[in-house]
Design a protein around this ligand. Sequence first.
Ligand SMILES: Nc1ncnc2c1ncn2[C@@H]1O[C@H](COP(=O)(O)OP(=O)(O)OP(=O)(O)O)[C@@H](O)[C@H]1O
Length: 244
Amino acid sequence: MENPVVEVKNIGKLYPKHATKILSLKDRYLKKERNFAGQWSVKDVSFNIQKGDSVAILGDNGSGKSTLLKLILGVTAPTTGSIVVNGKIGGLIELGAGFHKELSGRENIYMNGVVLGLKEKEIDQLIDQIIEFAELKDHIDKPIKQYSSGMKVRLGFSIAIHVESDIILLDEVLAVGDKRFKKKALAAVKSYLKGKTIIFVSHSTHQVKQICQKAIVLKDGQLVYEGDTESAIEFYENQTIEIE
Ligand SMILES: Nc1ncnc2c1ncn2[C@@H]1O[C@H](COP(=O)(O)OP(=O)(O)OP(=O)(O)O)[C@@H](O)[C@H]1O
């Protein structure tokens, strides 16, 4: 068997007491409030992901899903354990994160592309498709600060799926935006990303069933189930009923 593309071993993240966080666009959009007391957001989690797997991360609010994605992406350091990623990793884990609001949509595409490891020439070749998919032709030269949340989501999503990567992380990206774009985005994830390794966070079991073959369930930062999507959803839903 090939080496796993993502190897997560006993990973843990302890946020110190009084840690503060500027609310992400996603949080603001979803009007969420968070309580940042010192605690293990992710605790002793281990799993492997093989090439071509599409894996969902299921769990209630605050169960550690986004933190786990940030650990895999390397934007936050683990307190314990280790993560090995074999391949180029990309995706969209916080809506609009990495956008500069004073710059135009077009300039932000270049900025993001460079951050994701592309050369300017490569971005030149992709930019029309990115703008077209995001349906932002008429707005692309306006500063991002004039964009609605939906427009930012469309742009971020479009960049994420057009930039080549081996492993793509998608955090609730299909939860916002209007119905029509959501449908188009779901279809894009299904077709564009065939054969790629996908890690997908979503509260929509409907979307999870359409995209992922496997799933893990987190509860209070711990991995409590790992298996095929159907059985993981069943486990997750039963667990939620018990609590209610
Ligand atoms: N920067 C931070 N500093 C301190 N605590 C944090 C920080 N980010 C997240 N947390 C805490 O870690 C826990 C897990 O949060 P996380 O965002 O990973 O959960 P989630 O499962 O993605 O939640 P949701 O479904 O609401 O997006 C929460 O209790 C949260 O308050």
